[in-house]
Design a protein around this ligand. Structure first.
Ligand code: TYD
Ligand code: MG
Length: 484
């Protein structure tokens, strides 16, 4: 017989090590390795004699399913992110910072579903029943027939769920508080969380109930400890928001049954979360159009166009190595735009500190924001405010060329709806029928945008920028090394 194997598992990243070490070799965290006995619930390992299995009935790919595959929560912004409602028999993980509103969102979804006659069970491992009741009262959903319990033992939860009518939705708030007696480790450890989540996911597949596991996020943005759970569930949603803002953004980072590029936008109010069906109005709400350094970006979040303000501040730096700070956008992408402005457009940003922020706490991943970022940077450096009724979008390549982007018509439509009369966009994104539309400015080189901003300013600023534009190295401007 083989000996029982001893393993040390990092509580931060889940890496397995055969011996104890002060520092995890995989993620570099100190003092996170904990001895865990893996002979229990999961795996088994080579030492275990396999029991003889039973014959499983194999099925055809095509076939009828008994009930509708999805249950819509009735909260449109949530259903948009899940891809049209919760899939029966699936498991979701909802991650987010403490206090961001995960419990609030799930209580609202539970109440909405329960009010429509579905059986919903809300298991709170963190709050007492009285606390959840108090919150429900505040949100005005106390009347909904949600079945509530404060419990952390997986065995007790499973026995309870199996006793009554099969539920449509089970909320487990949070996965870190769950524990099962099949493994010996303490609650919150990787082995416990993995075994508990596995048991609940198995229940979801067997019963057809949707299980939502709530997971906490650590300072560096990972769902604390049990990153392994991310691989086990069908969908991973993140609930995020900037401190100081009331907006909350729900985003799918993994979804086996839908797209991952949709976002749901909510606002935290005194009576719970309210939906924001038109986020552009919200993100542009606090705009100060007359100040330099702000450009409105016409972006896309999944299938929905979203207008958002990009703010830049360029100031002479007292430091040897100027600072570059970014909120809501990729720092590497900013460095690229700065380099293109410097080498192809003659805009000298080298000795300046550069700060860039996306207003409203939104995070943008689209390369189409390059042009709006460049416009905001040039505007801040020159002190020339951009036209208040103009939107910008387009991808900038390393050669300084402006590349076309997808969904140009949808972006323009949203801008028009919100009263923007002008747009600066890649010339190749302008359709033939739009060609005649007044207010559309198609550009193919970033230098063209810099020149037009410079031309719109007062003489002093114009002089400053003219110098920059005239200093463009001539051979590069003609673009013999175009990358597209
Ligand atoms: P909560 O859902 O408990 O966060 P999480 O479960 O992600 O830790 O949200 C708590 C925060 O939301 C708390 O700071 C108070 C605020 N809140 C409101 O502003 N209005 C409300 O109606 C509710 C219920 C909470
Ligand atoms: Mg909570």
């Amino acid at each position: 017989m083989a000996k029982a194997r001893l393993q040390f598992i990092c509580q931060n990243c889940g890496a397995v090590s055969p011996r104890w070490q002060g520092r995890c070799e995989s993620c570099g965290e100190w003092n996170t390795l904990v001895e865990e006995n893996t002979s229990g619930g999961i795996g088994g390992g080579p030492g275990k004699v396999a029991a003889r299995g039973r014959v499983v009935e194999l099925q055809a790919l095509a076939g009828e399913s008994k009930s509708p595959p999805r249950i819509a929560s009735g909260i449109a912004e949530l259903d948009r992110v899940t891809g049209g409602g919760f899939v029966r028999g699936s498991a979701l993980l909802l991650g987010g910072d403490p206090g961001i509103g995960k419990s609030t969102l799930l209580l609202q979804a539970s109440a909405a579903l329960a009010a429509r006659g579905e059986r919903v069970v809300y298991i709170s491992g963190e709050e007492a029943v009285a606390q959840v009741r108090l919150r429900a009262e505040r949100m005005g959903v106390s009347a909904a027939p949600v079945a509530l319990a404060a419990e952390t033992s997986v065995e007790d939860i499973l026995a309870t769920l199996e006793a009554g009518k099969p539920p449509a939705l089970v909320i487990l708030d949070s996965v870190q508080t769950l524990w099962t007696s099949t493994v010996e480790s303490a609650p919150g450890t990787v082995t416990q969380v993995r075994a508990s989540a596995q048991a609940m996911i198995r229940y979801a597949k067997q019963s057809g109930a949707t299980i939502i596991l709530v997971g906490h996020v650590t300072k560096d943005g990972q769902i604390a400890g049990p990153r392994v759970v991310e691989h086990m569930v069908d969908a991973v949603l993140y609930f995020e928001g900037e401190g100081g803002h009331h907006f909350r953004i729900l985003r799918a980072v993994k979804n086996r049954f839908g797209a991952t590029d949709e976002i749901g936008v909510f606002e935290m109010t005194g009576g719970g979360l309210s939906q924001v069906p038109n986020p552009s109005e919200l993100f542009l709400g606090e705009r100060n159009a007359a100040s330099p350094g702000a450009a409105v970006f016409a972006g896309m979040e999944g299938t929905r166009p979203v207008l958002v303000e990009i703010q830049a501040l360029v100031a002479p730096s007292p430091l040897g190595t100027p600072r570059r700070a970014v909120v809501g956008w990729d720092g590497g992408r900013l460095a690229m735009v700065l380099a293109v402005l410097e080498s192809h457009c003659g805009v000298k940003l080298g000795p300046h500190d550069v700060y860039l922020a996306v207003a409203g706490g939104l995070r943008i991943n689209e390369p189409a924001a390059d042009l709006a970022v460049a416009a905001a940077l040039v505007s801040s450096l020159s002190g020339i405010a951009l036209p208040a009724d103009c939107v910008y979008f387009g991808e900038v390549s390393l050669s300084g060329a402006v590349r076309p982007v997808v969904h140009a018509a949808q972006r323009l439509k949203e801008a028009q709806k919100l009263g923007f009369a002008k747009a600066v966009l890649p010339v190749q994104s302008i359709d033939k029928e739009q060609g005649e539309t007044p207010g559309l400015v198609g550009i193919d080189q970033l230098a063209g945008l810099v020149a037009s901003i410079a031309a719109s300013g007062p003489p002093v600023a114009r002089e400053l920028m003219r110098e920059a534009v005239d200093k463009r190295p001539a051979p590069r401007r003609t673009g013999t090394t175009r990358s597209d």
